[in-house]
Design a protein around this ligand. Structure first.
Ligand code: PLP
Length: 385
């Protein structure tokens, strides 16, 4: 799903070989990162006063945010405090990994059940936060997901943010995939309340055509990252440190690639309107495919499909939930992928084997989606023979 301009930028990046660890080692690289992330922030409609940094992946951004939240809780409650971590049971694996790597004990990681739309149940989060506080534990970090990987579950950022403010927890929002849709004002509602968050990540490498890797990580208070990540040995000091941004202090690695160039290149060559048109077309195609599933007997839609990811299964007459229906869909997926014409990935939703059509490739058109539907129907018909 990479924009050709971004490939060219990677070629230039390799040639320039800039190391963007410090302003002094790459002034233009550092300042281009600041400028492009500010453009992107405005394009996404993210709150004023959020500051951006490019991390390699959303996994790293979530880990960095989790460590910053953990350290802030330690600062408040002391190093012996028993810290707790919260996320939806539908959160991406990188969220659980971040909790583990940041040293949260497994018995203090709360995976809160999701509702019928696969969004974190805020009532259960509130119960869990209050029960933990009553038990003398310290709620440190909450991760809300806007657009879960399995099924586009959208956690309600505003009430989650209000709870975090009440209990003093750090809120990170994982909008790695779906967040790009916020460049279209009509999809920004899913991030309502973002101004209450401490940190949010969006992956231009997922849905804006930027060559992997490029994760835009925004934080309300960069000093919160710096308290965890800044190190200033003599050999890294420069005369300008008091006036400039040194991105080495905003994350884990010291050396950093010049990733801003490919983001700049895509924003400049495409422009906001072309990027919006691409996202709107993907979402229209997703709605179209979902409407075919809804209209055709023998096919079930298994989750809302607000953003170009459609979760569904085939259900032959008389077959109910259970291992036989799961095996039928697993075999169907294998047959469909074996055509070499399409590649789909499954998930399980409430224990049901679920097929997923994800539209996000920049050159995908209606013709491709029509073809997928034909392949699926043919594969389902041949299974019945
Ligand atoms: N969060 C969500 C919601 C995702 O969908 C993904 C990847 O699929 C990730 C995080 C991890 O992204 P990355 O590969 O940039 O670490």
């Amino acid at each position: 799903n990479t924009n050709p301009s971004s490939v060219l930028a990677e070629f230039l990046t390799a040639g320039l070989s800039a190391n963007c660890m410090s302003w002094a080692t790459a002034p233009a690289g550092t300042e281009l990162e600041q400028v492009t992330l500010e453009w992107l922030r405005r394009l996404l409609g993210f709150p004023d006063g959020f500051h951006g940094v490019i991390q390699d992946t959303a996994s790293s951004a979530t880990l960095v945010a989790t460590i910053a939240g953990r350290d802030a809780a330690w600062e408040r409650a002391g190093r012996d405090a028993a810290l707790t971590f919260y996320a939806s049971a539908e959160a991406h694996s990188s969220v659980g990994k971040a909790a583990r790597l940041a040293g949260f004990r497994p018995e203090r990681v709360r995976l809160i059940p999701a509702d019928e739309h696969y969004a974190l149940r805020v009532d259960l989060l509130a119960e869990s936060l209050h029960a933990d506080r009553a038990a003398g534990l310290v709620p440190a970090v909450v991760v809300a997901t806007v657009g879960t990987t399995s099924s586009t579950g959208i956690d309600a950022v505003r009430p989650i943010g209000e709870l975090c403010r009440q209990v003093g927890a750090f809120l990170h929002v994982d909008a790695a995939w779906a967040g790009s849709a916020a460049i279209c004002p009509e999809f920004r509602g899913m991030l309502d309340g973002l101004e209450l968050a401490d940190s949010v990540v969006v992956n231009p490498h997922k849905w804006l055509g930027v060559q992997f890797d490029c994760s835009a990580h925004y934080v309300r208070d960069p000093a919160a990252l710096q308290r965890s990540f800044a190190m200033s040995p003599e050999y890294l000091k420069s005369a300008h440190d008091a006036e400039v941004v040194n991105y080495r202090d905003w994350g884990i690695p010291l050396g950093r690639r010049f990733r801003a160039l490919k983001l700049w290149m895509v924003l400049r060559t495409e422009g906001a309107e072309a990027l919006r048109a691409m996202i709107r077309e993907h979402i229209r195609l997703g709605e179209l495919f979902a409407s075919w599933i809804d209209a055709e007997p023998g096919w079930d839609r298994l989750a809302p499909a607000p953003l170009a990811l459609v979760c569904f299964r085939h259900r032959p007459a008389g077959m109910e939930d259970g291992p036989a229906l799961d095996a039928h869909n697993r075999a169907l997926l294998e047959r469909v992928n074996a055509t070499g014409q399409v590649h789909m990935v499954h998930t399980t939703l409430r224990g049901r084997f679920t097929l997923r059509l994800a539209i996000g490739q920049r050159t995908t058109t209606e013709r491709h989606v029509v073809k997928v539907w034909k392949i699926l129907r043919r594969a389902a018909a041949s299974a019945r023979e």
